[in-house]
Design a protein around this ligand. Structure first.
Ligand code: SF4
Ligand code: SF4
Length: 88
């Protein structure tokens, strides 16, 4: 039997209080695992959210985002451990 399970190479944490809903991270994400929420944050923005799987840890969303602190990217170091790749 072939095991086809591959753990994600990264993950992202979105800070909905800092996001302005511009969508630049959504466009920048090649795997397409980010989207704008239908819900509004308390400032009235449709904030970016992560689907929860499929992140490669590339960091493109972080570099595309104009809002400091809105996105933190983690790159998987091992199956059990993640380390921050880039954050403000
Ligand atoms: S780190 Fe890369 S793959 Fe992960 S959400 Fe950001 S742009 Fe998408
Ligand atoms: S690029 Fe930054 S501010 Fe724009 S939607 Fe993504 S997280 Fe929000």
């Amino acid at each position: 039997m072939i095991d086809t399970f591959k753990p994600d190479k990264g993950s992202v944490a979105m800070n909905s209080e800092e996001c302005k809903g511009c969508g630049l991270c959504v466009v920048a994400c090649t795997p397409g695992v980010l989207r704008l929420s239908e819900k509004l944050n308390r400032y009235g923005y449709h904030v970016a959210v992560y689907d929860g799987h499929g992140c490669s840890g590339c960091g493109l969303c972080f570099y595309a985002c104009p809002e400091p602190g809105a996105i933190t990217v983690y790159r998987a170091a091992t199956v059990r451990e993640s380390v921050p790749l880039c954050h403000n």
